[in-house]
Design a protein around this ligand. Structure first.
Ligand SMILES: [Zn+2]
Ligand SMILES: [Zn+2]
Length: 149
């Protein structure tokens, strides 16, 4: 992690501003390919003096107030929060990643048109039941209303 930070003495404490550059590694949420890229994150945090009066309003705030402790500041949780919140919730290798086939797990990218014939007749029967059930569900609300009136 590379840091380019500026520390300023302000009235309430020390204001830390700057950027953190990190290399992010993970895997694509669709195709499981490894992902690695560089990420720059803006950092801004005010560390309060240990004896600073935060006032009534600050005490009611849910957000945790960072403090200067023993003449030092702990940047680790600040950096962790800044980086983690800027990571994508569902990382993908590319926005248009097609992912894996839910049937066989092969990359759809390599063969986008491929599909699976249902070869087992028992599964075919189940598929028929499923679509009948869906039709029943769609029509049953109408018949219920008729019965009530
Ligand atoms: Zn992918
Ligand atoms: Zn497949």
């Amino acid at each position: 992690m590379e840091l380019d930070l500026r520390l300023e003495a302000v009235h309430e404490g020390i204001l830390v501003t700057g950027t953190a550059s990190v290399e992010v590694t993970g895997e694509c949420g669709r195709c499981l390919d490894p992902i690695a890229y560089d990420l720059d994150v803006d950092v801004q945090e005010l560390f309060y003096y240990a004896d600073a009066d935060l006032g009534q309003a600050a005490e009611e705030e849910e957000e945790e107030q960072r403090r200067i402790e023993h003449d030092s500041i702990d940047l680790e949780p600040v950096l962790r929060d800044a980086v983690v919140t800027s990571l994508p919730f569902q990382p993908v290798c590319r926005e248009d990643c097609k992912g894996l086939c839910p049937e066989c797990g092969m990359r759809l990218e390599e063969d986008p048109g491929h599909h699976h014939e249902v070869v087992d007749p028992r599964w075919a029967a189940l598929a028929g039941l499923a679509s009948n059930a869906a039709d029943d569900a769609a029509t049953s609300t109408e018949s219920d209303e008729r019965e009530e009136s």
